[in-house]
Design a protein around this ligand. Structure first.
Ligand SMILES: [Zn+2]
Length: 237
C-alpha cells in the first residue's frame, strides 16, 4: 500500500474512532439514565413513609375510640344506677351525681380527642391517595421514557457494532507498526492522530507548511508529521 493510501486509511480509521468515542459516551449516558430515576425513587420512598404514618394514625384513632367507649360504658352504668333509684342515701346520691358529672366531662374531652384523631387519620389518608396518584403517573411516564431509552441504546449499540466491523476491515489493511503509531498519537493528542492539510496548512494547528513539506506530504515515501503539533499529515486530493 502506498503511503498516501496508508494515510487515507488512517484518516478514515480516525473518523470511525471519533464516531466510536461519541457512541460510547452516548451509551454510557443512556445506561446511566436507565439505571436511575431519582424522582420516582424519591416519590416511592415518600409514599412508603406516609404508609407508616397511616398505620400510626389509625392506631391512635382506635385507641381514642376505645378510651371513649370505656368512658361511655362507665357513664352509662352510673347513670343507670342514678335513674334506677337504688341509691337513696343523700350522701351516696351526691357522690354518684358528682361521679356522673366527672365522667361527662371526661366524655366530652375524649370525644374531642377522638374527633381530632379521626381528622388526622383522614388527612394522612388523603395525602397518601394523592401520593399514590403521583407515583402511578411517574411510573407510567418512566415506563415510556425507559422504553425509549432502551430503544435508543439498542440503536446506538447496533451502530457501534457496524462501525466496529468497518474498523476491523480498515485495520486489517494497515501495517502493525503504523497502527501502533496511530494509536499512541491518538491517546496523546486528544483523539486526533491525523490532521488534514487544507490551504497548505495543518488543519489542526493552522501552521503553514513549506513547499518541500507539502511535496513530501503529497508524494513522499514516508508518513509526514506536522512540525508544530506532531500529527500525521493527510493530503486529501
Ligand atoms: Zn499541526
Amino acid at each position: 500500500m502506498s503511503t498516501t493510501l496508508v494515510v487515507a486509511a488512517l484518516f478514515q480509521l480516525q473518523q470511525l474512532d471519533l464516531e466510536l468515542d461519541r457512541l460510547n459516551a452516548e451509551l454510557q449516558s443512556l445506561e446511566a439514565a436507565l439505571r436511575g430515576n431519582t424522582r420516582l425513587q424519591r416519590l416511592r420512598s415518600e409514599y412508603g413513609a406516609t404508609q407508616q404514618q397511616i398505620q400510626a394514625s389509625r392506631q391512635a384513632q382506635h385507641e381514642a375510640e376505645w378510651a371513649l367507649a370505656d368512658i361511655n360504658r362507665r357513664l352509662k352504668a352510673q347513670e343507670q344506677r342514678m335513674y334506677d333509684g337504688i341509691v337513696t342515701n343523700p350522701r351516696e346520691l351526691q357522690a354518684l351525681q358528682q361521679e356522673v358529672q366527672r365522667l361527662r366531662g371526661q366524655q366530652s374531652r375524649q370525644e374531642q380527642v377522638t374527633q381530632q384523631a379521626h381528622d388526622h387519620a383522614e388527612l394522612v389518608q388523603e395525602q397518601s391517595d394523592r401520593q399514590a396518584t403521583t407515583v402511578r403517573e411517574a411510573e407510567e411516564s418512566w415506563e415510556q421514557e425507559s422504553a425509549q431509552l432502551v430503544s435508543r441504546r439498542d440503536q446506538t449499540e447496533m451502530r457501534k457494532q457496524g462501525i466496529l466491523a468497518q474498523r476491523t476491515q480498515i485495520v486489517d489493511g494497515i501495517d502493525a507498526t503504523v497502527l501502533q503509531r496511530y494509536e499512541t498519537l491518538r491517546r496523546t493528542k486528544q483523539g486526533r492522530a491525523v490532521s488534514k492539510v487544507e490551504k497548505n496548512s495543518c488543519q489542526w494547528c493552522r501552521v503553514i507548511l513549506t513547499a518541500s513539506e507539502l511535496q513530501r506530504v503529497r508524494t513522499g515515501p514516508q508518513l509526514q508529521t506536522c512540525t508544530n503539533c506532531g500529527r500525521i499529515l493527510y493530503y486529501d486530493r
